[in-house]
Write a protein that binds this ligand. Structure first.
Ligand SMILES: [Zn+2]
Length: 254
């Protein structure tokens, strides 16, 4: 999980903000916000109104994606408007959904339905896994995010041929926490499912091979700045998928 800094002043949010002003100063949303018609079915209807207005809906999603470097607020997978698959049909980029940090289904939080500070970009898996559970971990709080620990596990796999058994080691990265509530959140969000452990491990393997190649080429260890530039920085506004792994690797190794 990567720490997210919100910027409600981002100019790309203009159409979203205009929509909020238009709909909350009069009409049914205003009446709803004043507490006339609370209820789960109503909240879905209210949310759909924003969804149906493509200009404001895209303004919100674009701003969230840019803010988060096109990564899911929980698992860190790559996000965009459309799903992207490679030739092996593996999903490289997942479709963005909008997540309410404080669930819009809960009575106390219903008024935060359009509060930008409460909205995050998230993939469908994390959004569904989270459901209406209250989470302790909060991607907007640095002190909370750093309580998630990464642990490297190595999986030894035998080669495909039975006679010539070649061993290839692949890293898997597990998430854990000393904080029992955050540990529970990791389970709620299912952040240790196989595809995520493998994807995080793949990035770690990529970083390690890059460091080895660098050493072989220049006969000296790669610097932290060099690794940061290659694996932690945004490129065209986007972080590498699971970039929190590179952040962790770089602070851990030096
Ligand atoms: Zn996710």
């Amino acid at each position: 999980m990567k720490h997210i800094k919100k910027d409600s002043q981002n100019p790309t949010l203009k159409d979203f903000n205009d929509w909020i002003i238009r709909h909350t100063q009069n009409g049914d949303i205003k009446r709803w916000l004043e507490g006339v018609e609370f209820g789960t079915s109503n909240i879905q209807e209210i949310w759909k109104k924003l969804h149906k207005d493509s200009k404001s809906w895209n303004s919100l999603r674009t701003t969230l994606l840019e803010e988060q470097g096109f990564l899911c607020c929980y698992c860190g997978c790559s996000l965009n408007f459309e799903e992207v698959r490679n030739e092996k049909a593996e999903i490289l980029v997942r479709t963005v959904t909008v997540e309410h940090l404080k669930s819009k289904e809960k009575d106390d939080h219903q008024k935060l339905i359009f509060d930008y500070e409460n909205l995050l970009a998230c993939d469908k898996n994390c959004n569904q896994n989270r459901g209406n559970e209250e989470l302790t971990v909060n991607p907007l709080e640095y002190d909370s995010v750093i309580q998630i620990e990464l642990k490297k596990e190595t999986e030894i796999k035998a080669g495909k041929e039975t006679i010539k058994r070649t061993k290839t080691s692949k890293s898997l990265i597990l998430l854990d926490s000393q904080n029992i509530d955050i540990k529970k959140d990791i389970n709620t969000l299912d952040l240790n499912r196989a595809d995520l452990k493998i994807a995080r491990g793949r990035l770690l393997d990529e970083i390690e091979s890059y460091a080895v190649e660098y050493y072989e080429k220049y006969k000296e260890d790669i610097s932290r700045i060099e690794l940061e530039g290659k694996f932690c920085k945004r490129l065209n506004g986007k972080y590498k998928a699971f970039a929190f792994v590179s952040d962790w690797y770089i602070t851990k190794e030096y």
